[in-house]
Design a protein around this ligand. Structure first.
Ligand code: FMN
Length: 228
């Protein structure tokens, strides 16, 4: 069995990466005697683009029908991930969205699976369980506040619910992801060295001390439930 964590953060040892590692620890724990291999793929180590619209994946009788034909650092990884027994995606929120690198990865992974046919049926070779872990500097209250969302011209829904769009594509092509949000993350090692007076360092530190370990526990459980 193989379970992959896809790290959409440029940082390899911060909030997103830590939660992904906990999730993989949970996978290992629940697998017990079953052989399970886990791997973190750090997208920012790789040279790749998003979908380039070549449509080789839609070309009838083409040798790349249903798979991405672009030969860069993602090519082999996409082959491996398409056969995985579980995929855990992780992203910091950048400008109210997942990072560009993770968006590019998902374009390349998912677009070949979406047949251009009524209702977009999935032709993915395997529909493994999936999960999505988001980390963000905003608090839970901010992410759920529709008035705050309105200041970004998002009317009638919260910022948090805009993240559902990519989750829906994942559900259509693979499976519905289990989701974990980790809010109010600690961003710097020393707040006094940065212009960051919109935050209270004490509150951030307290949140990291009390809430982040709970988020790590939730990530562990998310991983443990993934391959059950
Ligand atoms: C370019 C950039 C944009 C960001 N935009 C947002 C944002 O829109 N909303 C938010 O809550 N946090 C935002 N953040 C904060 C990060 O989402 C947060 O610190 C995250 O936990 C970082 O993950 P990491 O520690 O794994 O790198 C932003 C950070 C950066 C660097």
């Amino acid at each position: 069995m193989k379970v992959y964590a896809i790290n959409g953060s440029p940082r390899k040892n911060q909030n997103t990466a830590k939660l992904l590692q906990k999730a993989l620890d949970g996978v290992k724990e629940s697998a017990k005697d079953k052989e399970v291999e886990t791997k973190i793929i750090n997208l920012y180590d790789l040279n790749f683009t998003g979908c380039i619209s070549c449509f080789a994946c839609k070309r009838l009788e083409g040798k790349s029908y249903g798979k991405c034909a672009v030969k860069d650092d993602l090519y082999e990884i996409l082959n491996e991930v398409s056969q995985a027994d579980g995929i855990i995606l992780g992203s910091p929120i950048y400008f109210l969205n997942i990072t560009g690198q993770l968006k590019s990865f998902l374009e390349r992974l998912l677009f070949p699976y979406l047949a251009y046919a009524p209702n977009h049926p999935s032709i993915a070779p395997k529909r493994m369980p999936t999960a999505f872990i988001y980390t963000m500097g905003a608090t839970e209250e901010m992410m759920n506040d529709t008035n705050l969302a309105a200041t970004f011209n998002i009317q009638g829904i919260s910022i948090l619910s805009t993240l559902n769009i990519m989750e829906t594509w994942i559900e259509r092509t693979l499976t519905k992801p289990e989701v974990l949000h980790s809010y109010d993350t600690y961003q710097f090692d020393d707040y006094s060295k940065y212009k960051a007076d919109m935050f209270s360092e004490e509150e951030k530190a307290e949140h990291r001390r009390v809430q982040f370990p709970l988020d790590c526990q939730k990530a562990f459980e998310l991983g443990a439930n993934l391959i059950k």
